[in-house]
Design a protein around this ligand. Structure first.
Ligand code: ATP
Ligand code: MG
Length: 308
């Protein structure tokens, strides 16, 4: 290896758990009824883990910094990541159980029932950040599910910059609806990757005003420093950088399940962006990857003739 070449292209920091994707008659009718489903897929879930998995599948040398329980769900998560060649040396095991998300999914919409388990344990004193000095890019996911990581993120990203790496953040949603703490980290973020609803909520929080529309929200967030890339479902994506706003459509696809589309988008965007492609091309490549991932159940796609 060249002495100056970092060991990894990408280090992803954040959540990891299995997803159980249920499709069919998924709208619950409580009252001791039994509803029959058309499919149930147990797959790798959580934004950081799916992003790391997708990046490794795209050929990036990828490590995941995360924490799972010392249990079967934790074993499953690690196996799935290893099969995609993600370096799991920095995935810690704790006494807390691994989290799980049950996704009630239709092609049009979905709801996710999450037991967080070990997810909020990531961060604080036990966070092994030594790997941050050995990568071209650091991506963090699920800001609001991991308060200790969120508090450590400005320093972690500052360290990444000192070591010559670039940074990105996908906050994902705040289930508590507070959306706080992001203004502190934005100056350290090179690329912010929210979806439509998240961009609006984050902009409202940091500016204390409701943005007029999506572009205004993206511009408001970009004024804190980062390039803002908004994932907009079937409407594609929008990028704002230094006052310039670029929109790309999503390819038309037959949607099976949208879980993880945004995380797959993240991986493809990061790969294109660290290859220094123009913003519009990065958006197109990422939108295509996100759209493709809606054509199967769960985030990670088929691995050869197998499930990954
Ligand atoms: N219905 C769809 N048709 C075509 N492309 C889609 C569709 N839904 C998502 N995509 C593609 O995937 C990208 C990411 O999707 P989305 O906007 O749902 O992100 P997200 O909400 O962050 O997803 P998640 O957090 O569940 O991974 C979109 O920018 C688009 O390119
Ligand atoms: Mg998302």
């Amino acid at each position: 290896m060249h002495p100056d070449r970092p060991r990894y292209d990408l280090v992803v920091v954040g959540d990891a758990n299995p997803d159980l994707i249920l499709r069919g008659d998924v709208v619950p009718r409580f009252g001791q009824s039994e509803q029959l489903l058309s499919s149930a897929d147990l797959v790798l879930g959580a934004s950081a883990a799916i992003t790391a998995h997708a990046a490794a599948r795209l050929g990036l040398r990828t490590a995941l910094v995360s924490v799972v329980g010392a249990d079967e769900f934790g074993d499953f998560v690690i196996q799935q990541l290893e099969r995609a060649q993600v370096d799991v040396s920095y995935v810690a095991r704790t006494a807390n159980p691994t989290g799980i998300s049950v996704v009630l999914s239709t092609p049009e919409t979905r709801t996710t029932l999450t037991y967080l388990g070990a997810i909020p344990m990531l961060g604080g004193a036990d966070l092994d950040v030594s790997v941050i000095g050995h990568t071209r890019h650091v991506h963090a996911s699920s800001f609001f599910l991991q308060p200790e990581l969120a508090a450590a993120l400005p320093e972690l990203f500052a360290r990444a910059h000192q070591a010559g790496a670039t940074t990105s953040l996908d906050t994902n949603a705040d289930p508590a609806g507070l959306w706080s703490g992001v203004a502190e980290v934005l100056p350290y973020v090179d690329v912010l990757l929210p979806n439509h609803a998240e961009a609006i909520a984050l902009a409202a929080q940091v500016t204390s005003a409701t943005p007029a529309n999506l572009e205004a929200a993206a511009r408001a967030l970009a004024s804190y420093g980062p390039i803002v890339v908004v994932k907009d479902g079937a409407d594609g994506a929008l990028g704002v950088r230094a006052g310039e706003c670029v929109r790309v459509p999503a390819p038309t696809v037959e949607v099976v399940d949208t879980t993880g589309a945004g995380d797959t988008f993240n991986a493809a965007f990061i790969q294109a962006w660290i290859s220094q492609l123009p913003l519009e091309e990065c958006l197109r490549i990422a939108a295509a990857a996100g759209a493709q991932s809606t054509t199967w159940a769960g985030g990670p796609g088929p691995l050869g003739d197998d499930r990954s």
